[in-house]
Design a protein around this ligand. Structure first.
Ligand code: FAD
Ligand code: AMP
Length: 477
């Protein structure tokens, strides 16, 4: 083992929670190292974690390509564009996906360099006394002395022994992003965000896709008016979503996957060419904590933290997927920034009530704040306004006049409690609603805010007007 080096802050993990923590800490004039052990399938190391290498970015690259392919086949004719026979070149599509990932992960190395962060490839293990042992990288094992340690070790896919992962036929979300051929019959276990996005990609590219979901309801965390609308569109795409279908086991025989699931009508068997297991993710803390660090991990494997991401051990913090809260890149990013500012003695806070959720299907689904069901259950009197994209000129021009924008506000002081959108670019439109929640805006504030015409954002303006039954471009009910 070589000698030790001293840093103000050592971050373990360079995903979307860890790398912003490292950069902000360096901006705060602290001496920072960020240790990451990510290895891609070709054995190369890369910063960026799950999100850049195997999650948000490659999935969005494929969602975009596959949607263009689908639209070229199904919708171009409506625009009066004839393109002959549309052909799929999956190898090029996958090269584009890989290229985007490489550019983005390389960008983090460049950001580290310019901010003065020491990026280290290797496995980090927290030792008692706020020291971090780094092993398995290029050089010898070394120990970093740290005034502060930020744990940002992320999460990994849940593996179930009854569905043994082989990376070829029974696969996880990462494998499903790197397929080099379109499977004829693709099964997806779990109709969560990841299952629905990956199911959409391969359905658009030609697979027969069956999604098996144990729960009786689709997207239980979303506003149910939006979830019902989503279900209609998934059906139109040809996704065969079977609700109340609990998968018992999956096994590989003769080059195919055999799945056994039960539903209200009994036991069923399904033969598939590939099966994506997307039943959720768990916090990743393997080999992370040496004996005696004092960092507590709860029964589900999450590192325990308070609302400011303090672990309870002085100067040890934890952020991102490895701690409670939604497993989302932007939630981790804000936690990382908050912690880096608190370490530097600055102000830092995360507003956990204004975390946007986005599902990048077509149409997109996005929301922030409380669903109508949650507000109703809370007993607080409320008002609702919604506006269909069918009445929005820009959505018509885009040939994407599907879905709606919906706003829930308090009956007493009109504060916006939740905004729910299914429709074109919902993930972009929700940003205005997040800002509105951050500023405790009322629906009247949005009603009195000018929105450019013709834009999709007018749907949100009209939904705000509809809260008081004063919509202009749709009939108020
Ligand atoms: P991670 O991104 O998992 O990064 C943790 C890093 O720490 C990894 O590089 C890991 O190798 C490293 N590490 C772990 N332990 C150690 C150790 N001991 N020593 C050194 N390094 C270590 N979220 C969104 O917000 N939007 C999306 O569109 C979206 N799409 C997704 C699509 C898919 C298919 C998947 C799988 C996830 C998606 N997510 C999305 C979720 C998002 O990827 C995660 O919420 C996010 O990556 C969490 O960030 P993190 O920094 O906490 O952890
Ligand atoms: P998420 O946690 O949002 O990633 O979604 C995972 C989904 O997988 C949840 O909706 C679970 O209900 C679903 N799920 C988990 N286990 C099974 C199973 N054995 N069979 C079918 N669906 C499952």
């Amino acid at each position: 083992m070589s000698g030790s080096e001293a840093f103000d802050v050592v971050v373990i993990g360079a995903g979307p929670a860890g790398y912003p923590a490292a950069i902000r800490a360096a901006q705060n004039k602290l001496k920072v190292a960020c240790v990451d052990e990510w290895k891609n399938t070709d054995g190369t190391a890369a910063f960026g974690g799950t999100c850049l290498n195997a999650g948000c970015i490659p999935s969005k690259a494929l969602l975009e390509s596959s949607e263009l392919y689908w639209r070229a086949r199904e919708e171009f004719a409506h625009h009066g564009i004839g393109v002959g026979q549309v052909k799929l070149d999956l190898a090029t599509m996958q090269r584009r996906r890989a290229g985007i990932v490489k550019t983005m992960t390389g960008g983090i190395a460049a950001l580290f360099k310019s901010a003065g962060v020491t990026g280290i490839h290797g496995h980090g293990r927290l030792l008692p006394g706020n020291r971090v042992e780094v092993s398995g990288g290029m050089g010898a094992t070394r120990v970093l002395e740290a005034r502060h340690v930020v744990i940002a070790s992320g999460s990994s896919p849940i593996r179930l022994p009854s569905m043994p992962h082989d990376g070829k036929l029974i696969i996880d979300s990462w494998n499903a992003l790197e397929l080099d051929a379109v499977p004829r019959r693709l099964g997806v276990i779990g109709a969560g965000v990841i299952g629905l996005e990956l199911g959409s990609v391969w359905r658009r590219l030609g697979s027969e896709v069956t999604v098996l979901e144990a729960l009786p309801q689709l997207l239980p965390m979303a506003d149910q008016a939006i979830a019902r609308e989503a279900q209609r569109h998934f059906k139109k795409l040809g996704l065969d979503i079977r609700l109340g279908a609990k998968v018992q086991s999956a096994s590989v025989t003769g080059g195919a996957v055999s799945v056994v699931y039960t539903d209200a009508s009994g036991e069923h068997r399904l033969e598939l060419d590939k099966l994506v297991v997307a039943v959720g993710r768990r916090p990743f803390t393997e080999g992370l904590l040496a004996e005696g660090t004092g960092v507590k991990v709860d029964g589900r494997g999450f590192v325990e933290v308070d609302e400011h991401c303090r672990t309870g051990v002085p100067n040890v913090w934890a952020v991102g997927d490895v701690v409670r809260g939604p497993m989302l890149a932007h939630k981790g990013k804000e936690e990382g920034i908050m912690v880096a500012d608190l370490i530097a003695g600055r102000y830092g806070e995360v507003n956990y009530r204004a975390i946007p959720s986005v599902i990048y299907t077509a149409p997109e689904i996005a929301w922030v704040g409380l669903t109508e069901e949650q507000v109703k259950a809370s007993g607080r009197p409320y008002k609702v306004g919604s506006f269909p994209f069918a009445a929005n000129g820009r959505a018509r021009a885009l040939e994407a006049a599907q879905g709606m924008a919906k706003m829930v506000s308090a009956a007493d002081d009109d504060e916006i409690l939740g905004v729910h959108i299914i429709g074109p670019f919902a993930g972009e439109l929700i940003a205005e609603a997040v800002l509105a929640l951050e500023y405790s805006a009322s629906s009247e504030d949005l009603q009195r805010t000018m929105h450019a015409h013709p834009t999709l954002s007018e749907a949100l303006h009209e939904a705000a007007l509809a809260v008081d039954k004063r919509a202009i471009d749709s009939i108020n009910r």
